[in-house]
Ligand binder design. Structure first.
Ligand code: 5AD
Ligand code: SF4
Length: 461
């Protein structure tokens, strides 16, 4: 049997999908490249912005009509999972009664089992059955779908399977968030923070390293608050203890993490840069906004000055560090002066990369109660202005690398083909260079020949 998985959203969702794919493979399923001949189609969807949800609604519409066009008997089971399923799964099922099941973001470890049961029973001609105890319930009101968005408190502990051990692997270390930023749906859909035991995480990374992984990215919604539920040992935060322990794992050459929160960016974490040799000279640190008044309305408990201080101390420790960020433009009440403050913070921080989002109110979050008073065209203008700033800094940064020799981890063939491979520098710049495919998974040295804002053209040095 074949399963087709489609993932939207952040790396946490990507990681959950990888676990699910590995779970299916363990049950003897193949992973399909297209939905056309799959027995099960699973959409792991994001709820963080309205646009993400709209895209998924479009996809579900296409999947459902394609399914209706298939000959009887060959119908794939369709499941919606993840943050969006948690948020609006029941509503979606009323729109698309053809959906077979909905599993929330705290049911990830159960997804393969639920899908398999539905497909097995369907193939046995037994129609849409009651699922076994604990595997969802039937929503009689709208359709035959099984909707389970209840909380399995141990779900996150089970997310440890990997289909393969890629050169660069994602490892989930914690789930959920209780920072309660006023615009963010994540605390509602992912729940309060839970950290995995350190021993489980280290075992997972050791296994990946044995299978060939060279770089790990530790994942969590507030990753540097990892382990704050556990006692501290030796006065050191559990996140820094985790970094130190991963640094000791043989075969792992590089460590990254995403996304940290400025409020948990401790001195010892800053000191880890330049002293833990595997910790890469790169940090993705969401600023969200550069005006203290707006940060306060966002319920972000730091000031722009504190953020800039972290960045400048990081740059002192590792002068070549690359810093990226997330920014939201058009938050309720954001004035032109607020915007100018963000522009100047943006310039001062010198981001090499940034994800700039237009604010979209999410039902159920505190900011959805505030008037969404920045007009859409103004949001677009502010977004474009920051992109203009970004282009200048990232062009200058990438340009400064031309002529230098950089270490890259060769991840695999580049999309453009023609014997070109893709690798990333320790500072997370994408480099493209001609090399044999056998180099995938190893560290190589490349000379940078030219640069655009997004990539470096290079050759093996
Ligand atoms: N509107 C716009 N952007 C948002 N983000 C989170 N919630 C919203 C929202 N309601 C952005 C933040 C976060 C990133 C993943 O998405 O910048 O860091
Ligand atoms: Fe989307 Fe946020 Fe969930 Fe990630 S955590 S999938 S960005 S809603």
């Amino acid at each position: 049997m074949k399963v087709y998985l489609r993932t939207y959203g952040c790396q946490m969702n990507e990681r959950d999908s990888e676990h699910i794919a590995a779970d299916f493979a363990g049950r003897g399923w193949e992973i399909a490249d297209s939905p056309d001949d799959a027995d099960a189609i699973i959409v792991n969807a994001c709820s963080v912005r309205e646009q993400a949800e709209l895209k998924v609604v479009g996809l579900l519409g296409r999947l459902v009509s394609a399914r209706l066009a298939r000959p009887r008997g060959g119908l794939p089971a369709i499941g919606l999972i993840g943050c969006m399923a948690q948020n609006v799964g029941a509503k979606i099922v009323s729109k698309f009664p053809e959906i077979d099941f909905v599993a929330g973001s705290r049911k990830t470890a159960a997804v393969a089992g639920i899908a398999e049961e539905i497909v097995r029973r369907r193939l046995a001609g037994r129609g849409h059955p009651p699922l076994p105890e604990g595997m969802g319930r039937r929503t009689a009101k709208f359709s035959d779908a099984f909707v389970d968005v209840s909380d399995d408190p141990s779900d996150f502990l089970k997310i440890d399977k990997h289909l393969s051990a890629p050169p660069s692997a994602l490892v989930s270390v914690m789930q959920g968030c209780q920072m309660n930023c006023s615009y963010c749906i994540v605390p509602k859909v992912r729940g309060a923070q839970r950290s995995r035991p350190m021993a489980d995480i280290l075992r997972e990374i050791e296994r990946l390293a044995e299978r060939g992984t060279r770089e790990v990215t530790l994942l969590g919604q507030v990753v540097n608050a990892y382990g704050r539920e556990f006692p501290r040992e030796g006065g050191i935060s559990n996140f820094v203890r985790l970094l130190r322990a991963v640094n000791e794992i043989g075969g792992i050459e590089r460590i990254r993490f995403t996304s940290p929160h400025p409020s948990y960016f401790s001195d010892e974490l800053i000191d880890s840069y330049g002293s833990l040799e595997k910790l890469c000279e790169y940090v993705h640190l969401p600023l969200q906004w550069g005006s203290d008044a707006i940060l306060k309305k966002m319920n972000r408990p730091y000031r722009a000055g504190r953020f800039l201080d972290i960045v400048s101390r990081l740059r002192k420790r590792v002068p070549n560090i690359s810093v990226s960020t997330d920014i939201i433009v058009g938050f309720p009440g954001e004035t032109e002066e607020d915007f100018e403050l963000t522009r100047s913070a943006f310039r001062e921080a010198g981001f090499d990369m940034a994800f700039i989002f237009r604010y979209s109110p999410r039902a159920g979050t505190p900011s959805a109660e505030m008037p969404d008073d920045v007009p859409e065209e103004e949001k677009r203008r502010r977004n474009a202005e920051l992109l203009g700033e970004l282009e200048k800094t990232s062009r200058a940064y990438n340009g400064s690398l031309v002529g230098s020799v950089q270490e890259v981890l060769v991840e695999g063939p580049a999309r453009r083909g023609e014997g070109v491979m893709m690798g990333r520098t320790r500072t997370h710049r994408k480099a493209l260079f001609k090399a044999p495919e056998s180099l995938a998974g190893s560290l190589a040295r490349v000379r940078v020949l030219s640069a655009t804002t997004t990539a470096l053209e290079a050759e093996l040095a």
